[in-house]
Design a protein around this ligand. Structure first.
Ligand code: LLP
Length: 414
């Protein structure tokens, strides 16, 4: 049974009524299921099995510290991209030696902080970053473990904004150039080469691009071995895509079986950085219909959630399902769900068949990944509350922002 399901016509998260949560906390509001996070993480951990390696949850997908705490308790590693994410992971009880640091623009200060706590590995994305990291580590008198993120030039066949493994993308080091950069890295006393990394994009629903990238990475590992550079781990980047509508992503177990088969007898640990596939279907966003505005051309339902709460539909034309919190009898009509923000792009869903009345509450499904974390204060709207459900209990894991929160740090002229 899904962790979000109907009981007597009312939508529940595990054993908690979403209407009861909305009554207590208002809308818009994000609600997560601990059981769903747990199961999705364990899918990866079980698929890795006894093979050496780590499942490093991509913190960017949903960085609430309670979510990170749930995953840390399960033994997850973490993929971070900023010192902010590093501090969240440590606050949530994550172990430094299970953290890897990705991202194209690490500052000296971020490198220093990560070296001081002793993270497992830096995924280095350029030659300039390699020199900077060597310098910072030397200053501290420590050795930084590194992977180079190589750009294998494969087409991930996903939305162009979330495709990252093509030559024209800003990410990684051209795979042709990688042997020379590895040679340079191995000369630097403050660096230790441990891995090869790649991440070709997000929301991939086919295995072929991942496996093509892996073939290219393994060729590189073999080339490096010939020059005396031993690679200990392969970091295969983000996880699989998810079902938002009717996509059928491959099973994690199949993915891992195919990867392990390709490794042959090479002794390589496997690191993965899944975000979306752990978080997306573990969360929903609750919203309420403020007004119905049928016009000659279209029916608009004006809701209290907006593009500042979830920018995915506006930014990527993303489709997320919409479900009523209370099922209603009656004829459906086609509705566009639009928010109060002053932009035509402010919609969360278009052309949905719903039987709606003002005051109805709706759940925007599959909102657990890249939802709250991408929200903003545009139009001076406070960010939503976040709630984590565990069985028949729920916990407010982030309070709704108040006006005072919004202007904190702003000053009037004297
Ligand atoms: N590792 C790296 C280096 C990444 O850049 C990403 C995602 C991941 C791992 C996690 O990938 P996942 O398992 O989630 O596919 N905001 C967009 C998605 C941006 C993904 C950015 N990088 C969205 O809402 O669709």
């Amino acid at each position: 049974m899904s962790d979000f399901h109907y009981q007597n016509g009312e939508l529940f998260a595990e054993q908690c009524s979403l209407n009861a949560i909305a009554d207590a906390l208002g809308t818009p509001c994000y609600v997560y299921s601990k059981a769903a996070f747990t199961r999705a993480y364990q899918d990866y951990a079980n698929a890795l099995g006894n093979h050496p390696g780590m499942v490093c949850y991509a913190v960017k997908a949903n960085s609430n510290i309670a979510v990170l705490q749930v995953l840390a308790k399960l033994g997850a590693g973490f993929d971070i991209v900023s010192s902010g994410e590093l501090r969240r992971v440590l606050k949530a009880g994550g172990q430094p030696n299970r953290i890897i640091f990705s991202g194209v623009g690490k500052t000296r200060e971020e490198m220093r902080e990560a070296l001081e706590v002793g993270i497992a590995c830096f995924n280095v994305e350029s030659e300039a970053e390699l020199e900077r990291l060597a310098d910072v580590a030397a200053e501290l008198g420590v050795v930084a473990s590194i992977s180079l993120r190589v750009n294998p030039d494969v087409d991930a066949k996903t939305h162009p904004y979330i495709s990252t493994g093509l030559k024209e993308n800003k990410f990684g080091i051209d795979i042709q150039r990688a042997p020379a950069v590895y040679a340079r890295a191995s000369e630097l006393a403050s660096l230790k080469v441990v891995g090869v990394d790649c991440h070709i994009g997000s929301q991939l629903t086919e295995l072929t691009p991942f496996l093509d990238a892996l073939d290219r990475l393994l060729q590189l590992v073999d080339t490096l071995a010939e020059t005396g550079i031993t690679i200990e781990h392969l970091d295969i980047g983000g996880g699989l895509g998810v079902t938002y509508r009717d996509e059928v992503p491959p099973a994690v177990a199949d993915y891992l079986t195919q990867i392990k088969a390709k490794l042959g007898d090479r002794k390589l640990a496997i690191i993965m950085e899944p975000g979306r596939s752990i978080a997306a279907n573990a969360g929903v966003m609750l919203t309420e219909v403020e007004f119905l505005k049928p016009t000659e051309h279209k029916n608009f339902a004006i809701i209290d959630g907006a593009m500042n709460d979830n920018i995915r539909p506006a930014l990527y034309q993303a489709w997320q399902d919409v479900k009523p919190l209370s099922q209603r009898e009656g004829e459906t009509q086609q509705w566009d769900l639009v928010g109060p923000v002053c932009e035509t792009g402010d919609f969360l869903a278009k052309d949905r068949a719903l039987a709606l009345q003002a005051g109805d509450r709706l759940a925007l499904m599959s909102s657990g990944a890249y939802g709250f974390v991408m929200s903003s204060n545009y139009n001076t709207r406070g960010r939503a509350a976040e709630v984590l459900v565990d069985g028949d209990k729920y916990f407010v894991v982030r309070e709704r922002e108040s006006f005072e929160d919004l202007i904190r740090g702003e000053h009037l002229l004297p």
